[in-house]
Design a protein around this ligand. Structure first.
Ligand SMILES: Cc1cc2nc3c(=O)[nH]c(=O)nc-3n(C[C@H](O)[C@H](O)[C@H](O)COP(=O)(O)O)c2cc1C
Length: 445
């Protein structure tokens, strides 16, 4: 295989006191980190010092689980709204990209187009939108529905939602706002475009009341892995987050997406595929393993079981089963591809319920010295299983600090990662083209 000469792209997953479900209980954790802007500021600035492409914030528009016995033992009962937090972080950072999650299932395209265009302006071209179709069914209850929208319908809506948002971002030519005091002309009417969209799910006239974003369009991120999810990703995504734990599955996904994208006339380089990885960096392998086990030991079984049940499907109750016995057959729910991956993992490795929830809680761990972790990054990257990683730090700030101080320099030494930002926008960090306005050259409003 030809050795790649491009470089890794790294996203830093921002989560209260850490990504690990027991992170808030870690002796060094700030238990109330979720409410402390100074905490997030410090994380963002450290990730920027580490030259990360972007910060990423996940989102659920509900409590992340309705089983209060388990939820009350996690830090998941509260999190800031991502666009609000990223807007504040835009003011205390300079270069790092800012990717927020927003669902197409319980939003309207005009709101989303407007918010991300605003974040792109506020941050001078650093915004990204992680387009999701809502993985947590409880969200339905907050938006006038008894039941979650079906998986296939969610994706149909998402496809149209996306097209409307992109159309709204093209409401203005890049140079529409002349703001000429002399002539008294604020904007050039010939450079204003009305979308006039009428589709199956949306009727949106436009135009948007925010100028065209500095990046043309904020970067489009997607994380669905079902066939409907892959279709959308191959057609529109510029960054894809995935959750593969083994390299072969990563390679197959990578090839599939890049092949599908070619059928939409897209270049393979126009999509960056970033699997999640949870690094435990130690002075030695033993030290790293100790850190991993110390965190795993803090997982309450009530929380572990719920984590597993939530991944498997709606209201699956595993409490009557022996924790050290095999996973029983579970009914098919509306959860999507993640469920299938988890069941396949349990069967393949013959894991007990307890082992499976510990595995899930540990994420996709990379445990070792900085050099061991750099080896994994290099191996996946060079074997075209990915274009970089979305890094899930088990704890904040410790997990991020050790990565930035130890792993990043090792990646830089190997020529795998930038020593400094070359551009100013998230698109530039990712090596993505700035989209042209679809209306340029066409008749104006
Ligand atoms: C790294 C990663 C982050 C995700 N973040 C969110 C999120 O914040 N909110 C959400 O509702 N879904 C999230 N998802 C779920 C997916 O975007 C997708 O909606 C879900 O997996 C169902 O689609 P699928 O069946 O195509 O996989 C995430 C998935 C991955 C891999």
């Amino acid at each position: 295989m030809i050795r790649r000469t491009d470089q890794l792209h790294l996203g830093a997953f921002l989560a209260n006191s850490g990504h690990h479900v027991a992170a808030w209980r870690h002796p060094e954790a700030q238990a109330d980190a979720s409410q402390d802007f100074e905490h997030f500021k410090r994380i963002a600035q450290t990730a920027e010092r580490g030259k990360f492409d972007a910060l990423f914030i996940a989102d659920v528009v509900a409590l992340w689980g309705h089983h209060i016995d388990a939820l009350s033992r996690t830090a998941r009962g509260e999190h800031f709204e991502p666009l609000t937090l990223l807007s504040a972080l835009a003011a205390v950072t300079d270069r790092i990209g800012l990717i927020a999650t927003a669902t197409t299932t319980y939003n309207e395209p005009y709101h989303i187009a407007r918010k991300f265009a605003s974040l792109d302006h506020l941050s001078k071209g650093r915004a990204g939108w992680n387009l999701v179709t809502s993985v947590v069914s409880d969200e339905a209850w907050n938006f006038g529905r008894e039941q979650h929208v079906e998986h296939a319908d969610r994706y149909q809506r998402a496809e149209e939602f996306h097209d409307v948002v992109k159309g709204l971002w093209d409401s203005w030519d890049d140079d529409a706002f002349v703001r000429d005091k002399q002539s008294g002309l604020y904007f050039d009417p010939d450079k204003l475009h009305v979308l006039d969209h009428k589709g199956e799910h949306f009727s949106v006239r436009g135009p948007l009341n925010v100028a065209r974003p500095p990046q043309g369009h904020p970067v489009l991120v997607q994380a669905g892995a079902s066939s409907a999810g892959r279709h959308l990703a191959a057609r529109v995504a510029e960054v894809i987050f995935v959750s593969h734990h083994d390299r072969a599955a990563g390679q197959a996904f990578y090839q599939d997406i890049k092949d599908q994208a070619a059928r939409f006339g897209r270049e393979p380089d126009a999509i960056k595929i970033l699997p999640g990885i949870t690094p435990f960096v130690g002075r030695s392998r033993e030290h790293a393993q100790e850190q991993y086990e110390a965190l795993q030991a803090l997982i309450d079984p009530v929380v572990g079981l719920r984590l597993l049940a939530d991944t498997l499907g709606e209201d699956i109750d595993l409490s009557g089963h022996d924790l050290d016995g095999p996973l029983p057959d579970t009914p098919v729910g509306q959860r999507g591809s993640r469920r299938d991956q988890v069941i396949a993992l349990a069967r393949r490795e013959n894991l007990s319920i307890r082992q499976l929830y510990l595995r899930l809680a540990g994420g996709n761990p990379a445990i070792g010295t900085a050099s061991d972790i750099a080896d994994i990054f290099e191996d996946w990257f060079q074997s075209r299983a990915c274009d970089g990683f979305n890094v899930f730090f088990p704890t904040f700030p410790g997990g991020l600090d050790s990565f930035v101080d130890q792993v990043v320099p090792e990646l830089q030494r190997r020529g795998l990662f930038r020593h400094d930002y070359q551009g100013r926008t998230l698109r530039e960090h990712l090596g993505l083209r700035r989209p042209v306005n679809r209306f340029v050259g066409a008749a104006s409003a």
